[in-house]
Design a protein around this ligand. Sequence first.
Ligand code: HEM
Length: 106
Amino acid sequence: MNPMSKTVRHRWWWTLWSLVAASAVGIGVFSISVYITGDPDRTPIPLDPDVAAHYVSILVHALPSSLALLIRPFQFVTRLRTRHPRLHRVAGRVSWCASRPERSSP
Ligand code: HEM
């Protein structure tokens, strides 16, 4: 493969990564800012009074999942992985744990 096509490939990778990362980080920051307050009036989702602890179940889903959204895009950055493998492992474990409650909530 010639150097030009490698450059083009590299640019494409970063363009796509930036789009995915911007959307993941944007959603993560928005959700954390809404749910970190613990104020049920700020949730954009209508709360169902017939569902026990509906707000708490959304919190348990939204906060850790947002943390995973903030971490995961950076797990795909090769330079970070190769220069700081320990950071990759720790961040990977934190994000794995953060996505556990998400599997058992609505
Ligand atoms: C959402 C994305 C990712 C998550 C959550 C994640 C998570 C993790 C975790 C938890 C570990 C530690 C495993 C252990 O110690 O038993 C790890 C290690 C590793 N991951 Fe990832 N990873 C992700 C993406 C990637 C990608 C895209 C690559 C490469 C293409 C990669 C390559 C590696 C390598 C080479 C190790 C071993 C590092 C070492 O021990 O020095 N990971 N990852």
